[in-house]
Design a protein around this ligand. Structure first.
Ligand SMILES: [Zn+2]
Length: 270
C-alpha cells in the first residue's frame, strides 16, 4: 500500500522524458508546468520504488495488466537487438519484457543529486563516452550535470499500470510511457541539465551555453539529441534538448550533419 500511496503523490509528475505528446493546448500548458518538477518527482518515485524492492513487497505483480494494454502492446514491434548500441525504441518499437542491460556502470560525472541510485547508470561504452563529453564541456568552462540515466522495466511498468488502473488507458498513455518503450531502459540515454535552469529538464535548457554546446558537439562523442525540435511527428516526443542518446560517433555524426532523427536514419516512420 505504501508504494501505491507514493505513486498517487507522484504519478501526476511522470512526464518529461516519459510523456507522450498531447493534442490540446490545455494539456500542453499542464505539461509545461509539470515538466519543471519532473526531475525531483521522478527521483522521489524511483527512490521509493527501491525501498519497496528491499522489503520484498511484490507490488508490480499485484497490479493486473488491463486487456486493452495487452492488445496495444501486441501491435508494437519487439526489437530484436536490445543489447546493441544501435537499438531503436519508440512508441511503436519496444524492448522485450523485463529487458535489462548487462554492463551497467555509474559514469564518473557530476549528478544533480548525491545519493546512490540506479538511474545514475548507463551501459559501459555509453558511460565512458559521457565522461569524455563532460570533460570536454568542462574544458570549455561549461558545467554539465547528469540527472537521469537507466530506468528499470519494473519501475516503468508499475507507473504505467497504476495510471491505467486508476485513471484509465487514455490518461496513462498521455502521462507515462508504456513499459518497454522508454529509451532510458536501454541504458544508452542520459538526461543532462545545468545550474542555469536549476537542474530542471525543460526546453529552455537549449538556450543555455551548455545546451548550445551539446547541440553543436554531442555527436563528436557519439551522442544525439534524440528528440529534436520540430520532429515530434517522427519521434513521437516533444522537443527534449536534455535527452542525450548514445549511438556511436559515426551514426551520431551523420544524424547531426543531416539534421535527421534516429527514425529517419534507420528508415522507420513513426
Ligand atoms: Zn530522457
Amino acid at each position: 500500500m505504501k508504494f501505491i500511496t507514493i505513486l498517487i503523490l507522484t504519478s501526476f509528475m511522470l512526464i518529461g522524458c516519459q510523456q507522450e505528446p498531447n493534442p490540446t493546448d490545455e494539456l500542453k500548458t499542464s505539461e509545461k508546468r509539470l515538466e519543471a518538477k519532473a526531475p525531483i518527482e521522478i527521483s522521489e518515485e524511483e527512490t521509493d520504488k527501491d525501498e519497496e524492492t528491499k522489503t520484498g513487497d511484490n507490488t508490480e505483480e499485484d497490479i493486473q495488466l488491463p486487456e486493452e494494454d495487452k492488445n496495444s502492446n501486441a501491435e508494437m514491434v519487439v526489437v530484436e537487438n536490445p543489447n546493441s548500441i544501435e537499438v531503436m525504441v519508440n512508441k511503436q518499437r519496444r524492448l522485450p519484457d523485463g529487458f535489462e542491460p548487462t554492463d551497467l556502470v555509474v559514469p564518473d560525472v557530476p549528478f544533480s543529486f548525491s545519493e546512490d541510485h540506479p538511474k545514475k547508470q548507463m551501459q559501459k561504452e555509453a558511460a565512458k563516452a559521457l565522461e569524455e563529453m563532460f570533460d570536454a564541456a568542462e574544458e570549455a568552462q561549461l558545467e554539465l550535470v547528469a540527472a537521469s540515466g537507466y530506468r528499470a522495466y519494473g519501475t516503468q511498468k508499475a507507473i504505467y499500470e497504476y495510471n491505467v488502473e486508476t485513471h484509465g488507458q487514455d490518461y496513462a498513455n498521455r502521462f507515462s510511457a508504456k513499459p518497454g518503450t522508454s529509451e532510458h531502459q536501454t541504458g544508452l540515454a542520459m538526461d543532462v541539465t545545468t545550474a542555469e535552469v536549476a537542474f530542471a529538464l525543460e526546453q529552455s535548457f537549449s538556450q543555455t551555453d551548455e545546451g548550445e554546446w551539446l547541440e553543436e558537439h554531442a555527436h563528436e562523442f557519439g551522442f544525439i539529441i534524440r528528440y529534436p525540435e520540430g520532429k515530434e511527428s517522427i519521434t513521437g516526443y516533444s522537443y527534449e534538448p536534455w535527452h542525450l542518446r548514445f549511438i556511436g560517433e559515426e551514426i551520431a555524426t551523420e544524424i547531426h550533419e543531416n539534421s535527421i532523427t534516429l527514425e529517419e536514419f534507420f528508415g522507420y516512420g513513426y
